[in-house]
Design a protein around this ligand. Sequence first.
Ligand code: PEP
Ligand code: MG
Length: 756
Amino acid sequence: MNQAVGWLGSRLLLKRLRDVMATGAPAQARLDQIVRLVAADMVAEVCSVYVMRAGEVLELFSTEGLNQAAVHKTRLRTGEGLIGDIAAHCRPLALADAWSHPSFAYRPETGEDIYRSFLGVPIHRGGRALGVLAVQNKTQRSYADEEVEALETIAMVLAELVSAGALINPLEAQTNDGLSLKPGRLDGITLNPGLAIGEAVLHRPRVTIRQMVADDPEAELARLLTAVSSVQSALDDLLASDVIAISGEFREIMETYRMFAEDRGWLSRIREAVRTGLTAEAAVQKVQNDMRARMREVTDPYLKERLHDLEDLTNRLLVQLSGPETKSAPDHLPENYVLVARSMGPAELLDYDRKHLRALVLEEGSPTGHVAIVARAFDIPVVGKVKDILNRIEPGDTIVVDGDNAQVYIRPGDDILETIRHSISSRTEQRAQYAALKHLPATTLDGHQITLMVNAGLPTDIMAMDEAGAAGVGLYRTEIGFMVRTNFPDVADQAALYTKTLDLAGGKPVTFRTLDCGGDKALPYFHVEGDENPAMGWRAIRIGLDRPAMLRQQLRALIMAASGRGLSIMFPMVAEVAEFDAAKSLFDLELARAADAGAVLPTEIKLGVMIEVPSLLWQLDQLLTRVDFVSVGSNDLAQFLFAHDRGSPRLGRRYDPLSPPMLTVLHQLVHKTQAAGVALTLCGEMAGKPIEAMALLGLGFRCISMTAASIGPVKMMTRSLEIGPLAELMERLRHGDAHSVREQLRLYAADHDVVL
Ligand code: PEP
Ligand code: MG
């Protein structure tokens, strides 16, 4: 291969390719010509193009050097042979000795046995392989990075030809064995609950690049720089706008995102691509293609999210370069629409009109992804990780998004639509009923005052607390604020966040739980070596006590934030009283330090523990003389009580918290805390389900904490309940031997008109 294939060589070749593309010749003839040109220019004995056909099969479409008889005959499945491997991973493969590669699959009809070295690159769009472009040489040689880059650039030009649809029917590439037009149900993961119907709008940048090869690279560079600065200033405007002001978390996400717009690596890669002879648009697209290919390899969820942010920016840049008619959010959107995207950045979502946006469906996406956090603030259902949705859906199709069950129905039949419409309207009605309860007290029919609190982790949850009319925050999961950041927040950052939380709570009590990371809650910048059982491993207070500086910083920030007002802190996963003592002494050190510095201290301080680890149940007498309150983390408590992995799909609902063992533990906690005069609350999922909340009230709980959305249904149950007779029933049930007492409780509610 010609070692001089540098930027200049490829620029000349690109010009020639453009001329070929511009001829009106049939697509196959243009492809054959391109293959010949590339082989000659790169001094390769072989140049071949494989195109992806329906059913994930790569067909040899054109070759210079291999047997012509193999064209349209040789086929490889994705993943099969070197060609299949490149398509499967969407990444190049350069091999001095192709034969010794484990994926090598010899096809005798091609006559390729005399070629030793091999360089292949994917022809791709949006990270999806459309085909493979490969060159081969007889001699054993190593291909330079520059040569790989040159071939990748050529593959981009070919991607235009392949995706234009003249080589194969574009529907063939899309239909995935004809599945596309059938109705169907796809499963994903819940990123935000709720139910919605709408017309599908596919979020794809509509940028078609008209010119790939630049006439004047200097002028292209100048265009690029102008576009970059316009995108940057548009982001500055967005940051200054009201929409961002709604939440600090939101703002922070956008600020991180804005930093990417100045990422030197990203910009210099685009500049380099312009120098190879591409137009600014083509260069941006090339870098975007490379990035998508890289994204497929990345498994770290945090890194994946950051790469999505970069992709979002790339789209903005493409839109800027190609003019307003190409912007990704169309001006005319259907009355009720559901946005469907492979992935999306937070700013992209903001480009869409929110008034008529009913739901969001993502092929990728994760609960901590920025777009999911923003969508939650918009209160729309979001389902993520819906495999293949973009292949299965056409714009304008009717789509139902069931965020509660993590399901998406495409082109649903009339029966499904009828059921869903009915369900949506009864939910709307129910919401109105719950909203009407907002200012009414959570008092039972026999006069017991119940305190309903919310579980929160983001400022938006505190706003939801007010909306729901809750009495305060029973559990503030501080780790959520840590999880959405790029670096470990320092004391000042943490203090600012907690101050804001207290400000937003407007005087209502907030119980902060110290960092409960580890287990399933990984912090991107704090690596915890994998334990065999992470839920029982190095997590929560165990990390805090082993890394006292970390815990002390958090306690310091909390003391600063609560200056002049009440402060309530609880420690997660405490297994023995000694751990509470150790944590409390760290708190006392920080309090003394603040006092020495002359700071205004919190007015009333309450320290408590979460009851999550059963061992602590046998030290209640000692514990209750030390703490101001205890809060039952029923999710973890049930997990450890039944030795039942709370995330295991196989165990599912095997053990019911509404069963004698759990009810007896809870009863004991009520009894002991009452005797000791220590406040008791429960903040696990149990609190938010009306039937379980009813059981808790029957056992003697008077304060429970749940997600804001559960406040309405639980308040409605509370206001329809008489605790007296239920308490007697609970006493009988907890002494029984049933696997579950759920059914008896359901019957009790039905008999006594308790609204569940
Ligand atoms: C619990 O375990 O019940 C709890 C509230 O904590 P988390 O769900 O955050 O572990
Ligand atoms: Mg827990």
